[in-house]
Ligand binder design. Structure first.
Ligand SMILES: NC(=O)c1ccc[n+]([C@@H]2O[C@H](COP(=O)([O-])OP(=O)(O)OC[C@H]3O[C@@H](n4cnc5c(N)ncnc54)[C@H](O)[C@@H]3O)[C@@H](O)[C@H]2O)c1
Length: 348
């Protein structure tokens, strides 16, 4: 397993691998870019088939965090933690304590928070070992509701560009994944009058979404192919791939998941298919905006709301320029990201 010749290595500043025998911890922390500030991005706790898969995830997700944080003009760089979930029994607290020591060893070049499979309670465990942690319950808390708010606002911007109106009444949305972000997004959409089709692997959350939000439930392998206006991937990455794209009928693809396009070339296929894609790291920045608000301190909800307004403006610029310049929305987002990543700050 190589790092420097790995296809997803993108000039990362550091890639750390950690092992703790007592707790069984196996983790990667990838620091992609710290021009704007200490690298920040959540920690993912997930079952990976191989450590190579976990490394790939860390490399790709940390790069996306650099672009996400730069596009949102935050005072943080891009990084990501990935913990490989063990197959059998394990002591969760011991594992997150060991991970907290790993974060501490990276000495402030990386600040962690929640991502898939990790809760604010885990952040409390990490906090026993290091100060380089955000998303704590007694400060900004779970960033997911803010992510959902940003994605909801972003879907409205996309609707305006695709259909000339951001009204959700009469519109239909397929939400893939009803976790921390997906469920909160589904609530926003239902409250605004959209009809929902949903899928998840968790039956309890499907029941709740059906009874509380009147959503129609479909199989996980059919959600992308629903005849809807918007497809909102809110589970894991790669929802838009060579196999799924031909059956995606939605005009708009806009959701919370990181790395929604399985490969970069999918951006061109999506555009050629006449679909409007909201680049994931632009539309899903709400959570990290909330984390940055906590790191800046004291936490100011007004500042967060202002940043979400900026998120809408950036997305509007991405869609407008992509249409005028005849390029993909991803190309415009990358261009904006590259320019803002180059804005160095002397934070060390
Ligand atoms: N939490 C945040 O603030 C935040 C911020 C930015 C991006 N994201 C991204 O948004 C996505 C969701 O994050 P989350 O915090 O809600 O995670 P989560 O773990 O709470 O939710 C993920 C949900 O997806 C479901 N799921 C898993 N596999 C599925 C499948 N094949 N089909 C349908 N559903 C499936 C799970 O059962 C779960 O309900 C992730 O990609 C994450 O990286 C989250």
């Amino acid at each position: 397993m190589s790092v420097f010749s790995h296809p997803d290595f993108d000039g990362h500043e550091a890639v750390h691998a950690f092992h703790d025998e007592a707790s069984g911890l196996r983790a990667f922390i990838a620091v992609h870019n710290t021009n704007r500030g200490p690298a920040s991005g959540g920690t993912r706790f997930w079952s990976y088939a191989t450590d190579a898969d976990a490394l790939t995830d860390a490399l790709r997700l940390s790069r996306a965090m650099s672009y996400k944080n730069a596009v949102a003009r935050l005072g943080i760089g891009g990084g990501k933690g990935v913990i490989m979930r063990p197959a059998g029994e394990f002591d969760r607290e011991a594992m997150f304590r060991a991970y907290g020591r790993a974060v501490n060893d990276v000495a402030g070049t990386y600040v962690t928070a929640e991502d898939v499979g990790v809760s604010p309670a885990d952040m409390v465990t990490i906090k026993t070992q290091t100060d380089f942690v955000a998303g704590l319950p007694d400060t900004s808390g779970d960033p997911s509701p803010v992510t959902a708010d940003g994605v909801f606002r972003g879907i409205k911007v996309a609707l305006r560009h695709a259909f000339g109106s951001d009204m959700l009444e009469g519109r239909s949305v397929a939400v893939q994944g009803l976790g921390h972000v997906g469920y909160a997004l589904a609530e926003h959409l239902a409250n605004a009058g959209a009809s929902l089709v949903v899928a998840d692997i968790n039956d309890a959350v499907l029941e709740r979404t059906k009874s509380e939000l009147g959503a129609r439930v479909v199989a996980t392998d059919a959600i992308h192919a629903q005849p809807v206006d918007v497809f909102a991937p809110c589970a894991l990455g790669g929802a838009v791939n060579a196999k799924t794209l031909p059956s995606i009928t939605a005009t708009v693809i806009a959701g919370a998941a990181n790395n929604q396009l399985a490969t970069p070339v999918m951006a061109e296929h999506v555009a050629r298919a006449g679909k409007l894609y909201a680049p994931d790291y632009v539309i899903n920045a709400g959570g990290i905006i909330n984390v940055d608000a906590e790191l800046r301190g004291p936490y100011d909800p007004e500042w967060v709301r202002g940043k979400l307004d900026e998120l809408e403006e950036t997305l509007d610029e991405v869609f407008t320029r992509a249409a005028h310049e005849g390029v993909t929305t991803t190309e415009i987002a990358e261009e904006i990201g590259r320019a803002r990543l180059a804005e160095r700050r002397d934070w060390r």
